[in-house]
Every structure is written in structure tokens, then in C-alpha cells.
Design a protein around this ligand. Structure first.
Ligand SMILES: Cc1ncc(COP(=O)(O)O)c(C=O)c1O
Length: 358
């Protein structure tokens, strides 16, 4: 058989949502608001300055970027630069975590329905993959979760908060209890890719870092920071965890261009987060509208809503697509996920959904 790929990878389709050129793209939870003119200009200048020294390898330790990310995270809880690690998207951060803490003879655990990349990190690092189940409202039953941790003794637990595709946030008590149950023989990764969109009063897992040495909180610039094209994800954890990742990372994995652009974007944090407030309002309005139309909608702390249920969700997905609206066929059967876009995009979505379902 050619190519001589690993047997367990043979015939597997690469992961990826459809990238279709349609007018209304609400399928990969991007931020619909691009950076401002001022932010674009600053990124362009920073990249031009970095280009002068492109003959040299970049700062392997990305010290300035770690400082800026630590400053930003410290809005939620005290984080020092030694506690920060970054890579090309939080997907790469989490793959590195599995490379360092997973591997043959070790197990990674999560709770379905959840983010579909997690089993891929496990597969690619030869880590055994185990999933528990979420409740019908997509919350975690702490007692069941704890029992599964005690049975499986995972080296890595992956817990998105808010969860993708359901939008469900985790409470700090559950995070603390699972960190305690996992103990020092494993790490608990709270994936806060959508953390900035959480509703008022919902705490970040960053607040639990001081009490749990085995807790890792991952974030990304792809969502709230409107930087999906930038590819910059990061984490906060005990410095010993960052040191462990250094063993598996490729040297100079963060390019000088990425570092410069990310630093420039971080200087526009407040402006970028201004759009987050708008998106949260649009999210709440979308959830209320969907419920008003008689759909079932999962509680969402993210920039998307999971709604349903449809006897033939594929037909609804296709009907929307025919009307120029791309959403995502994901989650438990019968459900669909829509990312929160601009008011005009959401109007197009609502109009198309009513046409298709009424
Ligand atoms: C829950 C969750 N985690 C992580 C990611 C990865 O994001 P990125 O690699 O762009 O940082 C995504 C992307 O959609 C996600 O939904």
C-alpha cells in the first residue's frame, strides 16, 4: 500500500469544516468583526520591522509575547510570564500537551459531546482515548465524572469551558473537584478558547490556578481577538508544565512574524474586546429569538448557539446553504450550530431558517 502511512491513519479524512465561498459564513466560530484600521496599520508596521531581521531565527522563548499575554490574563487572575506558553493556535498548544503528558500506556479523557479535535490529539500521540457522557442539558454530572476519573486514571483530562459545540460553561467547583480527583499523576486542561464570551458572573478557570498545580488553562487569539488567521494560542499553568512542553516543542515554532503581529494585536486588546460585548448581546438575542420560534437551544456562554432538534438536520443545513448561509452540522444528531455574526448576518440566518423550516 502506498503511501506507507501508519495503519491506524489509513483512509482517514483530514479534519476540517467546509471552507465554502458563500455570503454568510457562520460555521467556524470566527469573529465577524475584523481588526480596525489602526490595528491593521500597527500589525503592518510591526511585521515590517520583524522582516528586517528575517535572516535570523526568532526569539525561541518569545519573551515579549509571554509578558504581554501574562499581562492580559492577569485581568482575570495573577499570571506571570513563566506561567505562559504559546504556539500556532491552541490546537497546537493542546497537541504539545498530549505529546508531553500523553503517549503509549497513558489515557486522555473528555466528556461528549465535545470538540472533535481532542481524539485526534490522542490518536496522533498514541494516547488511549476515553470519553464519558454529558447530561441531556450538556452539563457534567460531577459524581459520574469523578467516578470515571478514578476508574480510568487519566494523564490528561480535556474540559472545554465553554464547551464546543454546546456552549456550556463549567463551574469552578467541578474544575477543582476534578483536579483533586486526577491528582499529581495527571493534568486537567480547561480549554477556554471561547472564555471571553462567557456571561457576566461566570468565572474563568484562571482563578483556580493558584489552588491547583495540575490545572492548565488554554486560550486563543482566534476568537475574541479576531485573529483566527494569526494562529496564536496560549496557556497559563505552573511553570513546571511550561518547562515540560519545551522538551517536545520544535525549536523556533513561533515565527518572528507571528510574534510581532500578536504583540501588535495585543496592544489593541480593549478595542478588540469591545466587539466581544456586541457579540455577547447578539448571542443572547439569537438564543432568545430561536427559543421564541419554538426551537430548543442549549445555554451558551460562547459565540455560537446549538439549536434543534430536527428529524433531518442535513436537509436544514443544505436549505440554509442554498440561501447563502453556511452553518455547522455538528453535535448530537438532530442539532445544528450557528456562529454569532453581525446583525445583518444573523438576519440572513433567521430569514433563511424560517424559509427552510416553515
Ligand atoms: C473548543 C476549541 N478549542 C480549541 C480550538 C482551536 O482554536 P485555535 O487552534 O484556532 O486556537 C477551537 C477552534 O474552533 C475550539 O472550538
Amino acid at each position: 500500500m502506498f503511501p506507507p502511512i501508519r495503519a491506524e491513519l489509513a483512509g482517514i479524512e483530514p479534519y476540517g469544516a467546509p471552507q465554502l465561498d458563500v455570503p454568510v459564513q457562520l460555521n467556524v466560530n470566527e469573529n465577524p468583526y475584523g481588526p480596525s484600521e489602526a490595528c491593521i496599520a500597527e500589525i503592518a508596521t510591526a511585521v515590517a520591522e520583524a522582516a528586517v531581521e528575517l535572516n535570523r531565527y526568532p526569539d525561541r522563548e518569545f519573551v515579549a509575547l509571554r509578558e504581554a499575554l501574562a499581562d492580559y490574563l492577569s485581568r482575570d487572575a495573577p499570571v506571570t510570564p513563566e506561567m505562559v506558553w504559546a504556539a500556532n493556535g491552541s490546537n497546537e498548544v493542546m497537541l504539545q500537551l498530549l505529546q508531553a503528558f500523553g503517549g503509549p500506556g497513558r489515557t486522555a479523557l473528555s466528556f461528549a459531546p465535545t470538540y472533535s479535535m481532542y481524539p485526534e490529539y490522542a490518536r496522533d500521540t498514541n494516547t488511549e482515548w476515553v470519553t464519558g457522557q454529558r447530561e441531556s442539558d450538556f452539563s457534567l454530572d460531577l459524581e459520574k465524572a469523578r467516578a470515571l476519573v478514578e476508574e480510568v486514571r487519566p494523564s490528561v483530562v480535556l474540559l472545554p469551558s465553554p464547551n464546543n459545540p454546546t456552549g456550556t460553561a463549567l463551574d469552578p467547583e467541578s474544575i477543582g473537584a476534578l483536579c483533586a480527583a486526577v491528582g499529581e499523576s495527571g493534568i486537567v486542561v480547561v480549554d477556554e478558547a471561547y472564555g471571553e464570551f462567557r456571561r457576566a458572573g461566570v468565572p474563568s478557570a484562571l482563578e483556580s490556578l493558584a489552588t491547583h498545580r495540575n490545572l492548565v488553562v488554554t486560550r486563543t487569539m482566534s476568537k475574541a481577538f479576531a485573529g483566527a488567521g494569526l494562529r496564536l494560542g496560549y496557556l497559563a499553568a505552573d511553570p513546571a508544565i511550561c518547562d515540560a512542553i519545551r522538551v517536545v516543542r520544535l525549536p523556533y515554532h513561533l515565527s518572528a512574524v507571528t510574534q510581532a503581529a500578536a504583540l501588535a494585536a495585543l496592544r489593541h486588546t480593549d478595542e478588540l474586546l469591545g466587539n466581544v460585548a456586541t457579540l455577547r448581546e447578539e448571542r443572547d438575542a439569537t438564543v432568545a429569538w430561536l427559543r421564541g420560534q419554538g426551537f430548543t437551544v442549549a445555554e451558551s456562554d460562547a459565540n455560537y448557539a446549538l439549536f434543534g432538534t430536527f428529524p433531518d438536520r442535513h436537509a436544514v443545513f443544505e436549505g440554509l446553504l442554498e440561501r447563502g448561509v453556511l452553518i455547522r452540522e455538528t453535535g448530537p444528531s438532530g442539532w445544528l450550530r450557528v456562529s454569532i455574526g453581525t446583525p445583518a448576518e444573523m438576519d440572513a440566518f433567521k430569514k433563511a431558517l424560517l424559509e427552510v423550516t416553515r
